[in-house]
Design a protein around this ligand. Structure first.
Ligand code: ADP
Ligand code: MG
Length: 333
């Protein structure tokens, strides 16, 4: 449904998007995750035809956004980070206006009714936009994106600035729309992406550094399956003993988090499952294990680790050829 190849965008001397490639199938819900300034909005603005690219190709349902902008744009509903709303208009009046602007062919009244109902703003259709709460305004933005029934929805940080109740409502709306739309959603907040997306594209400094399911990403990065054990013991004796267990690569004391005990981070050799042996050894020493948990990373930890890693570390972590920074063109600040 969306094919992006070799996409780059330069603002003056700042190469904000660097040779980005990805494909999105019809019906997928994809999360663009990245810190502020990563390039998420820039990529979205290019996909929607609002911003020109410096290099590359974007196909929307097979239509090149540069060569056939009308055909491509018809298939996209865009909710920018700050939706442009005419706040002196009433809700219905504004949606009617968007309908005309998009030159939609469906019967007008029925279509506008349908859209207002879908995002649950039919009850405020005769109110001025400027008098609405932020949550309702965001729904008006959604409604305008949905006018014309586009297959693809591109939502740029759709819950920013909303309160927790509004966030849940918008999330539910996105999940509902995901049943019959292809959706790209951006966020710098993980829980946001985790809540609704099947696949995560992590963007950092203009480059894609990971593109996978949340589950696979966590698994890839925590393949060492380290363990954190809290044991009532003498720190140095336990440290030395744990190191002698077969399959244990390293043991680090994390200090005392609870009176009379110490936490140990135990990393196994590749593929070794050391859980049973560690447990048995502690028990055979007559020591008490207070807790024992595998240290599988949360998506949050994955995200931080990836966005903080340099290129060499990325390559090691992901085992991919995260393309090296090309300083030769002199594109960096
Ligand atoms: P994100 O949406 O991930 O926060 P952006 O796409 O907004 O990131 O920004 C990516 C980079 O491009 C940033 O370094 C930002 O300063 C720069 N940038 C964004 N828009 C412009 C613009 N209109 N002119 C110049 N630089 C810009
Ligand atoms: Mg942005």
């Amino acid at each position: 449904m969306i094919n992006v190849t070799g996409l780059s965008k330069r603002y003056g001397t700042n190469l904000a998007v660097k040779d980005v490639n990805f494909n999105i199938e019809k019906g997928e819900i994809i999360g663009f995750l990245g810190p502020n300034g990563a390039g998420k909005s820039t990529i979205m603005n290019i996909l929607t035809g609002y911003l020109s690219m410096t290099q590359g190709q974007v196909l929307i349902d097979g239509y090149d956004i540069t060569e056939y902008p009308e055909e491509a744009k018809k298939r996209i509903g865009y909710l920018p980070e700050i939706p442009p709303l005419y706040t002196d208009m009433k809700v219905r009046e504004f949606i009617n206006f968007i309908y005309d602007l998009k030159k939609v062919k469906f019967p007008k009244k029925a279509h506008v009714d349908e859209v207002l109902k879908l995002v649950k703003i039919d009850n405020v259709q005769n109110r001025l936009i400027k008098n609405l709460s932020k949550g309702y305004r965001q729904r008006v933005g959604f409604a305008s994106a949905l006018v014309g029934n586009p297959d693809v929805l591109i939502l740029d940080e759709p819950t920013v600035g909303l309160d927790p109740k509004q966030i849940i409502e918008i999330r539910n709306l996105i999940s509902k729309l995901g049943k019959n739309h292809t959706i790209i959603l951006s966020s710098h907040i993980l829980s946001e992406i985790q809540a609704v997306c099947q696949r995560v594209i992590i963007i950092n400094r203009g480059k894609i550094i990971a593109d996978d399911t949340a589950k696979n990403l966590s698994a890839k990065l925590s393949s060492e399956r380290s363990i954190v054990a809290r044991i009532m013991c003498d720190e140095s004796t336990m440290l030395e003993t744990l190191k002698t267990i077969n399959g244990v690569k390293s043991v680090t004391s994390l200090g005392s988090m609870e009176k009379g005990s110490f936490d140990f981070l135990i990393e196994p050799d590749d593929d070794a499952d050391i859980r049973a042996d560690v447990f048995d050894r502690v028990v055979s020493m007559g020591k008490k294990m207070l807790s024992f948990k595998d240290n599988t990373m949360s998506l949050e930890q994955v995200f931080l680790r990836l966005t903080e890693a340099d290129d060499d570390e990325l390559e090691r972590l992901l085992g991919t050829t995260a393309d090296k920074e090309t300083k030769s063109e002199g594109d960096e600040e």
